[in-house]
Design a protein around this ligand. Structure first.
Ligand code: ADP
Ligand code: MG
Length: 251
């Protein structure tokens, strides 16, 4: 009996079925008491293995996404958004914009919830099995610049291909040098019609020339981004300021 168990567990290990290895005895007892057929028993075990695998994959996607863990819909007050914006957000949550390689651009003053909102959309979609990569725009640009200096830019750009979307937070927040702007341009050109880009920005398009330096490049970037895109305008009061005001009046 022991050697049979040993052999079985050895096989399950070889076949990389840790959940079945962990559960088969317990589920066998259950199968006996509920008079399950052999097929039902096997189905139950394989279901449990598939379930754990799926959960592990999602956990890995969430780690790889580098999304801030606290910016989810659980902590986001959707009722603050204008009705039209809320409707667009509702449509984004089904994730179909990713398969259409559409971009999502969130504009508005600082503190209006652009970062939180796009992160919440991204977090929800990653939890459903999509792959999204989050980065502050400035950090990603620095990373690309280092890659360019080491002649690794094409290879590094390729690593983003595995993501359905890249969330670039705060484009134009930091004034960039021409070289920095060039790698950002390359990234956006590389993504064009190959994958989605999600962007937050305090700057309306009319001010993007300060990011991309010359009018031609700026026009080329905007043209590609808006070709297939969804725009969210968060022109409300700053959440931070409102929360602070509330604290003052309540105290
Ligand atoms: P932005 O990116 O537009 O500057 P953030 O997304 O960083 O703004 O939001 C500023 C702060 O306010 C964050 O702490 C965020 O969690 C909070 N916040 C903004 N909008 C909401 C909202 N609708 N519900 C809950 N918290 C919000
Ligand atoms: Mg922000």
């Amino acid at each position: 009996m022991t050697s049979l168990k040993n052999q079985l567990e050895h096989n399950l290990k070889l076949l990389k079925l840790p959940t079945i290895k962990q559960l088969y005895t317990r589920v066998a007892e259950q199968a006996l008491s509920e008079s399950l057929t052999y097929e039902q028993y096997l189905l139950e075990l394989t279901n449990r293995e598939c379930e754990t695998r799926h959960n592990n994959t999602i956990q890995r996607y969430l780690r790889e996404s580098k999304l801030p863990t606290e910016k989810t819909f659980q902590t986001f007050d959707l009722s603050r958004l204008p009705l039209k914006t809320r409707q667009i957000v509702g449509a984004l949550r089904d994730g179909s914009f990713l398969s259409r390689n559409e971009n999502v651009l969130a504009f508005g003053n600082p503190g209006t919830g652009k970062t939180h909102l796009l992160c919440a959309v991204a977090e929800e979609l990653v939890s459903k099995g999509h792959k999204i990569f989050f980065s502050p725009c400035s950090a990603l640009v620095q990373n690309l610049l280092r890659a360019k200096q080491d002649l690794r830019l094409p290879r590094v750009l390729k690593t983003y291909d595995k993501f359905d979307a890249i969330l670039l937070d705060d484009i134009g927040y930091v004034q960039q040098s021409r070289q920095e702007m060039e790698v950002l341009f390359e990234l956006l050109a590389n993504r064009y019609e190959r994958g989605s880009v999600m962007i937050t920005s305090n700057l309306p398009f009319s001010k993007w020339e300060s990011v991309f330096k010359d009018p031609m490049t700026t026009a080329a970037v905007i043209d590609r981004l808006v070709h297939h895109c969804v725009i969210l305008e968060l022109n409300m009061k700053s959440y931070r300021q409102e929360a602070a005001k509330k604290r003052i009046t309540e105290s």
